[in-house]
Ligand binder design. Structure first.
Ligand code: AP5
Ligand code: ZN
Length: 216
């Protein structure tokens, strides 16, 4: 099963993707995580995308499609969760073509709907474990022990460079201008399943599970 998680910055795509990996044995492909890894490892591409990401703009289609192509060609998995990809119509076309060349297709597109005001709260309270990638929040999901990851015990908890008010404004504009047209695109293809992302994390997970069990 191949699933796309669609939604604005802070909607909960990464949070839900991690649960789906655990529950369904699918592989998460997050272009945001791939780009951040490229930055940390200091590759040429990482250097090129750093400023763009920090400003909250979208990286070129060519770069992110290349990243996804490489993963699809090298990772053996029963199915993928696409988290933060596709984000433009050319990326959606490229994904259809890549999957169809493998004899696969998109089974469901989950659109996580969240109000803008809630997105600001979620982004400004988010922190992540630098070691295992677990995502936390100051109020809605703090670590049990202050300063230590619940999953791996690491004290490397950090905030993202693009989680600031200026960058978030740009990320939201980019989402509405370039990514939201995908909602109509997948609706027309009868693949779109909106879920109420304003609910608690477990409720959102339950709604997604109901969709996927219906689509299976
Ligand atoms: P990316 O890393 O994909 O960031 P994003 O889309 O802005 O999404 P986020 O990771 O910020 O949010 P999320 O929806 O995963 O929410 P999360 O689960 O963390 O992209 C970063 C940048 O990379 C882009 O700006 C762009 O420059 C570039 N890029 C990436 N992909 C690209 C592409 N395809 N094309 C071009 N450029 C690309 O949750 C947020 C917080 O809320 C957490 O603290 C969490 O604990 C909390 N939370 C989650 N769910 C709930 C809930 N139900 N109730 C309460 N709190 C909740
Ligand atoms: Zn951890």
């Amino acid at each position: 099963m191949n699933i796309i998680l669609l939604g604005p910055p802070g909607a909960g795509k990464g949070t839900q993707a991690r649960s789906l990996v655990e529950e369904r044995g699918l592989v998460q492909l997050s272009t945001g995580d791939m780009l951040r890894e490229a930055r940390i490892s200091g590759t040429e591409m990482g250097k090129v995308v750093a400023d763009v990401m920090d400003r909250g703009q979208l990286v070129t289609d060519e770069i992110v499609i290349g990243l996804i192509r490489e993963k699809l060609e090298t990772v053996n998995a029963p199915g993928f969760i696409f988290d933060g990809f596709p984000r433009t119509l050319p990326q959606a076309d490229a994904l259809d073509a890549l999957l169809s060349a493998m004899g696969r297709h998109v089974d469901a597109v989950i659109e996580i709907r969240v109000d803008d005001a809630a997105l600001v709260d979620r982004i400004s309270g988010r922190y992540t474990c630098g070691s295992c990638g677990e995502v936390y929040h100051d109020t809605t999901r703090p670590t049990v022990q202050a300063g230590r990851c619940d999953i791996c015990g690491s004290s490397d908890l950090k905030r993202r460079a693009d989680d600031n008010a200026d960058s978030l404004r740009t990320r939201l504009l980019e989402y509405y201008k370039k990514t939201s047209p995908l909602i109509g695109y997948y609706y027309a293809k009868k693949q779109l399943h909106p879920v109420d992302g304003m609910a608690g994390m477990d409720e959102v997970g339950g709604e997604i599970a109901a969709v996927l069990d219906g689509a299976a």
